[in-house]
Design a protein around this ligand. Structure first.
Ligand SMILES: [Cu+2]
Length: 214
């Protein structure tokens, strides 16, 4: 009995060690060396400690014939909340993505959003699968959006200066995967060592994304 208690104490001590976590500042440039915004950054490790994936409800607004934000990254099990703020209907749907329009969406859905009429109406979609989902509108072909459902709890997207900050990464060696909606080939994975002080990681896309209209 005493031995069992000792083992439990040891297991608790290891769990405490795993709880140590740090920050990764990931900077991504394009092939020309310019900051690359809207890059999905996914951090993972060989042995993933048991952590809550922490599903969220992420709001994507339809306004001025655009999806705002353009790119949404959420953990698996999350919910997308589509809110129409335009005075006309939208008919949002998942669609094939990628530069050739050949990447099937991780999950297919289609929903009609009535025109905003003062009251804020929304439609929710629960995400069950991981991977990319391109967004379009059946009524307005110029509308483009992108969702990425992350398989790991440590993820982010690069901002206008090409930087993503990812917190609470468990100490130790990690792999940092980059993904961009327009990529033809996978990006080279990065490696880093997460620790007590923030770690800077740099990556470069193997292509130059088109500039998205604002
Ligand atoms: Cu529309």
């Amino acid at each position: 009995m005493k031995r069992t208690l000792g083992f439990v104490a040891l297991a608790l001590a290891s769990a405490t060690l795993v709880a140590q976590a740090g920050t990764l500042n990931v900077s991504v440039t394009d092939k020309d060396g310019k900051p690359a915004p809207d890059v999905v950054v996914l951090v993972d490790m060989a042995i993933r400690p048991a952590v809550n994936n922490a599903p969220v409800t992420a709001t994507i607004v339809q306004q001025g014939l655009k999806f705002q934000p353009f790119l949404t990254v959420v953990p698996a099990g999350s919910t997308l909340r589509f809110v129409n703020r335009d005075g006309y209907d939208h008919h949002v749907r998942s669609q094939p993505g990628g530069p050739l329009g050949a990447v099937p969406p991780a999950q297919a859905f289609e929903l009609r959003l009535a025109a905003a009429d003062g009251a804020e109406r929304h439609v929710d979609v629960k995400l069950e699968k991981t991977g990319p989902i391109a967004l379009g509108c059946h009524l307005h072909s110029s509308m483009r959006g992108q969702v990425y459902v992350s398989p790991t709890p440590w993820f982010g997207k690069t901002d206008a200066s090409g930087v993503a900050r990812i917190d609470a990464v468990p100490d130790g060696p990690v792999q940092v995967a980059l993904w961009h909606a327009e990529q033809l080939q996978d990006q080279a994975p990065l490696r880093a060592e997460a620790g007590a002080s923030p770690v800077s990681v740099s990556g470069q896309l193997n292509f130059v994304p088109r500039r998205r209209r604002q």
